[in-house]
Design a protein. Structure first.
Length: 255
């Protein structure tokens, strides 16, 4: 069931989203050669504690997961697409990092992700991240009353495929509100004019995921959480929580 939020509820989600944005900014600023992924998780956790917010990630266990997620931050490096568990791995020059983070405040959730490069960037990585951001922007532009979920999915898929990138099948965005994952699902590829109609008060997380090699295949790492590209090529992931309003899309996790 799709829950339509009141303006007051969307304002509460915006407050949670600002904490998400602060944490991701702090993570990006802290990420440097030699910094461990566990240290980045602690940076994000510190933002939560300072804000008096909770984590929708910590302890989360969907049906596919063998164990509850053990951190407040998903951090995926190089060929990891999403759901990377923070470890003692220390960042190296040229690493491509995708950081995904959520916050729960007063019963409402925000969820967002960024991708960035540590140290000297590879031009191909820069291009992929820029493409991911363009896909997200196109999807947000399509997130208007009167359109459908398929219009958002089509916007993402069009930008990503035109760039020559793969899209991991079965993973995409989702409704969000009092829980991190709600209806409807928001695919990263689809047909325009199809799917659930967009209405005032809907809140969705839109999250393009790109695979540099152009294929769509991936596999779960031994930890049961991290998704990695089958061809070993790099991946990028960006995300915003967005409200559908009569005045146009409202980004609730703006940084």
């Amino acid at each position: 069931m799709v829950e339509l939020k009141t303006d007051t509820s969307l304002d509460a989600m915006y407050a949670a989203g600002q904490i998400v944005g602060q944490a991701l900014t702090a993570v990006r600023e802290a990420a440097d050669v030699g910094v461990s992924l566990l240290e980045l998780n602690e940076v994000a956790h510190g933002v939560l504690r300072a804000a008096g917010a909770g984590s929708p990630f910590l302890g989360y266990r969907p049906s596919f997961a063998p164990t509850p997620f053990p951190a407040v931050l998903c951090v995926s490096v190089n060929d990891a697409i999403v759901h990377g568990i923070p470890t003692g791995y220390r960042l190296r020059d040229g690493d491509l990092v995708s950081a995904d983070f959520g916050a729960e405040l007063n019963g409402w959730v925000g969820d967002s992700a960024i991708s960035f490069i540590v140290g000297e960037p590879r031009p191909a990585d820069v291009r992929m991240i820029e493409t991911a951001e363009r896909a997200l922007a196109a999807a947000i532009e399509a997130a208007v009353v009167g359109n459908r979920i398929g219009d958002i999915a089509h916007a993402i898929g069009t930008v990503c495929r035109a760039g020559g990138y793969g899209i991991p099948e079965g993973f995409g965005g989702h409704g969000i509100g009092r829980r991190m994952h709600e209806d409807p699902g928001v695919p990263n590829e689809g047909r325009p004019g199809r799917g659930f109609p967009l209405r005032q008060g809907m809140a969705i997380a839109i999250e393009p995921m790109l695979i540099a090699g152009g294929g769509d295949d991936y596999h779960a790492a031994p930890d049961g959480w991290t998704l990695r590209t089958n061809d070993g090529s790099r991946a990028a992931h960006v995300e915003h929580t967005v409200a559908i309003t009569n005045n146009g899309p409202r980004i609730l996790t703006a940084r």
